[in-house]
Design a protein around this ligand. Sequence first.
Ligand code: ZN
Length: 385
Amino acid sequence: MRPRPALLAVLTSLAAAALATSSAVAAPAPSADNAKTVVAATDTDGDSLPDAWETNGYDANGDGVVDVDLPAMGANPKKKDLFVEMDYMSGRLASTAALDRIVQVFASAPVSNPDGTTGVKIHLDAGAARSAAYNLGGGNQVTYDADLNPSASQTNAIKAANFAAVRKAVFHYMIWGDSYDGGCSSGQAFNIPNDTFIVTVGPKCAWNATDDTNVGTFVHELGHNIGLKHGGTDNLNYKPNYLSVMNYSFQLGGVLKSDGTKYWGYSNVQPTSINEARPDETVGLGSLGAGYKTSWKCPNGSTRTTAGAANQPIDWNCDGDTTDTTTAADINGDKTTSILIAQNNWANIVFGGGAVGGGTTPRTKTPASELQEITHDEWVSLQHK
Ligand SMILES: [Zn+2]
């Protein structure tokens, strides 16, 4: 059963307000299984990792011994840091080139920091499997399981056996796996926001994963962990004005740019909404579309992509002209006519999902229906444009 949208909106805005009005986060409770706020701690950069942890290291059990040496790992109390431990099944760990691209997506983010820089510093820990830059001593290979089924309990079991418990307030945890729950879904994040996810573009479903597939899916699933949804403010997929890898149109192939390159990150401006009751073909995506192509759905269910920049006229209803201004069109293919409201993702990142940051911020439970991921068949269908 889905929560009522109005209630969800209130809860979401309350959570956002709590995050926006204070840079203080709570230190973790010593033992309670569902820890709530104990002591507020200063967090200058707002990444949910208190300054004291980032300056002196994190002492998980309060015994005076640092358990996670954050400064040695490159944390900075004046720059947003994200830590991710990556375990992997044989043959599934992304290449160094792919990891470099993931780092660059976050480094180039339009997010300001107290030290005057922009960007988020993501720290990826593959253990000894890749270069020293990706070795924080945690990642390791795990037993090959072609089908994590049921995915949540099996992922949690692997996590319990391979992820140091003292890291849970600092690191997100993920597995480069093969597939799960007997299907061909590309990944899973289990909740929004959260601290755990899996990337499952493996051989069982013949994904033939490339660096693109791995980068796009990793950034997408981590996006859920840091609060992002398939539609921005909601879970409506395939919005042409949502230029983000969180949109299935762009998860596996990147956000298309009119110069032929691709963008593998999250949306970075507040998009203009599109009213499907009367979308204006003559303006396309307006200024949002400058420099970008976009994809949309035709009435027959097929997917189209603009030939050039999406600030030019777009044939939203696929009737052969770009002059309609009052004709309804189901542009995102969800069989309803609604107002497509997207989001500036980077302005709405939630640091501290799940146990990260101490696990002290109450979270809403995301309905399972909104955590289904794009499958191999859906991806193949998107490529027949
Ligand atoms: Zn998703």
